[in-house]
Write a protein that binds this ligand. Structure first.
Ligand code: 2PG
Ligand code: MN
Ligand code: MN
Length: 546
């Protein structure tokens, strides 16, 4: 533990209140036009804060958060990893690409075990998100693995594909499933039999997170494993049918589908088979991994639990070791801010609603679940509604705020962090009236929290993990398409001190990104930032130095 020791910041005077970090999920700085849901919302509090002295913009996408290129939008995983760890780690998207292109992945133990099973007649099943969103998966990575299957002459391959429409445009499923079905067909020569076996929209089927709605995973289990769901001849036929039957249908909410051949599901998962969950990101991959791996599983009735070799694209939870087998080593995010603060005896409080609870705990702590030190920390989850959030854009922001106010009043916590999910979760629905209410909700919450913090004599850090609400639609030749994905826009960074014991100025950091927030926070708590952390955005002004 000795290397986790924080050094006191010289010249620092303590102040009575806590440091409160407010993450406005999905609230980026957009083009300031009428497509920008943050700009369009009535946000007097945020507007005023943005005029302050300790205000800047941060990069929250691409290489600034460890993604392969600056063409990649940010996301909650990489954003909260950077916020909580103070450094930039090469993330799943990048690590998997490297392992695939070098071929290391195919030399690994998991792939070799799968090959053994397929040589013994087992089918290889790929389950995952079929798009090039690069948040949870990338179709090119699936394609490379399929190419390897062909090369190694794996006889039977089934793909259980989830339709995206959340990291890519809302009705783009056919653009990915069309070529994929073609490709699988063209690979089915010399006795090989490759095809899509089941699927469904990612928010309805399989990709639940943080235990928000296990029914979603059960629906996926039924389709992928048991072959239960509405039957079609091809995945493209399924998608086209869903579009035809409901004009308003968008990909992420599509029902499950099962592909049949000769009147039978073409790809149930059986004893002796192998399964690769090809999503690299953990939050929405953990529950299905548990359903495959846990012996005494109670979240839903599996009906049948096939004996399979199950491998994740990565290990999704390094503490709980979920899953046991995986294809690519995840980034080793050690020495997080949480670990340092616990080692220094600093008390902390983390809160969000279910949809983002793991963001301020699991992602924040470098993809590790559970407490670092339960005596010093408190994690609070408010249960999220089970709706598409355009219907309840206020979400659980008020309930979170109530608790945060209690936490400030309690005087028990030196560091409080919270995530308001609204800008992001409602941003993903692409419904402008709801997005506006979502952003206004967050502003109202600032109005509630900040005066309490002022009374307590603390300091607020207000930022976001990436953009989303800041672009609600795109316009091509006068035709608007809902834009439901995250953006590549920068995010605001605001420090609002309510004490007069110290005085700070902004410190210029070249290309400043989210990872600089951790050092800044640690400084505000009275310590030098640990070695290797991205530089702090604040400079303590010592008396007489101005
Ligand atoms: O909903 C999710 O899984 C992602 C988008 O794919 O959003 P976020 O990174 O904000 O959690
Ligand atoms: Mn987010
Ligand atoms: Mn999101």
């Amino acid at each position: 533990m000795s290397e986790l020791k924080l050094q006191p910041l010289s010249g620092y005077n303590d102040f009575p209140g806590p440091v409160v970090t407010i993450i406005m999920d999905g609230v980026g700085i957009g083009p300031q036009d009428d497509s920008d849901g943050v700009h369009m919302a009535y946000t007097p509090i945020l507007d005023e804060l943005l005029k302050g002295e300790l205000v800047t913009n941060l990069k929250a996408h691409g290489t600034a958060v460890g993604l392969p290129s600056d063409g990649d939008m940010g996301n909650s995983e990489v954003g909260h990893n950077a916020l909580g760890s103070g450094r930039i780690f090469s993330q799943g998207a990048k690590l998997v690409n490297e392992a695939l292109h070098s071929g290391d992945l195919f030399q690994g133990e998991s792939w070799r075990e799968i090959k053994k099973r397929t040589d013994n007649g087992g089918t290889l099943h790929f389950i995952g998100l079929v798009s090039d969103g690069n948040v949870h998966s990338h179709i090119e990575q699936l394609n490379i693995m399929l190419g390897q299957c062909e090369k190694e002459d794996v006889q039977n391959v089934r793909v259980h594909g989830l339709v995206d429409g959340r990291d890519v445009s809302p009705k783009s499923g056919l653009e990915y499933f069309g070529p994929l079905e073609e490709k699988l067909k063209s690979m089915s020569t010399n006795g090989r039999d490759y095809c899509i076996a089941s699927g469904g929209g990612r928010m309805t089927v399989t990709m639940d997170r943080y235990g928000a709605d296990w029914g979603i995973v059960e629906k996926g289990w039924k389709a992928h494993v048991l072959g239960e769901g509405r039957r079609f001849n091809t995945a493209c036929e399924a998608i086209q049918t869903f579009y035809k039957e409901d004009q308003a249908m968008i990909d992420q909410y599509m029902d499950s589908f099962v592909i049949e051949r000769d009147g039978e599901p073409v790809g149930c998962i059986e004893d002796g088979d192998s399964v690769i969950l090809f999503n690299f990101r953990g939050d929405r991959a953990i529950e299905l991994s548990q359903a495959f791996e846990e012996k005494d599983f109670t979240a839903f009735n599996r009906q049948r639990h096939p004996e399979v070799f199950f491998a994740g694209m990565m290990q999704y939870d390094g503490d709980a070791m979920i899953p046991k087998h995986y294809l690519v080593e995840p980034p080793a995010i050690a020495g997080t801010m949480g670990e340092y603060l616990c080692a220094a005896g600093v008390t902390s409080y983390a809160i969000s609603e279910t949809q983002k609870f793991g963001h301020v705990t699991y992602f924040w702590n470098g993809n590790k679940s559970g407490y670092i030190n339960e005596e010093l920390e408190k994690y609070v989850e408010i249960e999220s509604d089970k709706v598409t959030f355009d219907l309840r854009p206020w979400m659980k922001a008020s309930e979170i705020t109530d608790k945060v106010i209690d936490a400030i009043h309690s005087n028990k916590y030196k560091f409080i962090r919270l995530n308001y999910a609204n800008g992001d979760m409602v941003g993903h629905t692409g419904v402008p009236i709801s997005v506006r209410i979502a952003v206004e909700t967050v502003d109202l919450m600032l109005k509630r929290v900040l005066p309490v913090l002022e009374k307590a004599g603390g300091v607020a850090i207000i930022t976001a993990d990436h953009g989303n609400a800041d672009c609600m639609w795109t316009d091509k030749k006068g035709e608007r398409t809902a834009m439901v994905a995250h953006t590549r826009n920068p995010v605001p960074f605001i420090v609002k001190p309510y004490f007069n014991s110290n005085s700070y100025s902004l410190q210029h950091v070249e290309n400043a990104g989210l990872a600089s927030v951790a050092a800044t926070t640690i400084n505000l708590l009275g310590y030098e930032a640990p070695e290797g952390y991205e530089p702090s955005l604040l400079k303590l002004i010592l008396p007489g130095s101005r």
